[in-house]
Design a protein around this ligand. Sequence first.
Ligand code: CA2
Length: 153
Amino acid sequence: MTSTPHRLLLLNGPNLNLLGTREPDVYGRETLADVEALVSRTAAASGFEVRALQSNHEGVLIDAIHAAREDCAGIVINPGGLTHTSVSLRDALSGVALPVAEVHISDVYAREEFRHHSYIRDIAAVHVIGEGVPGYARATTLLIDILTGQADG
Ligand code: CA2
């Protein structure tokens, strides 16, 4: 018998490695390392571990999503700019059929119109948008609630 793994994949897309170094007015002062530590801490409180990856390359993100099918229960993702452009990322996420939490640090709906459309939105079970870096923790908790049956997926 197979059981659901107690592991989440945390993915951050293009340019999120720059967190904390530029545009603090938009993205805050916390770094990618802070984000990854926050999500790991939040997940650990519910008995989940986290595999974290940031990449500036769409194919690397897609490969990580495919691999998650083997050993992860769900995916927390901030796809960065690929949110607004990538059918392929969407196809990968819907292809592995794991619950997805979509996170955006900034309020994309209060920014340029091209940021208003997300290719991920309708396949994600959780959306946390415009809550800054703390939004990653809320998204993680909401995703774990779904995985542990405390909320509807
Ligand atoms: O608000 C978000 O989290 C975004 O996903 C961030 C993306 C942007 O393209 C989306 O529209 C919204 C951009 C990530 C770039 O991150 C930087 C961080 C610091 C300095 C420069 C870029």
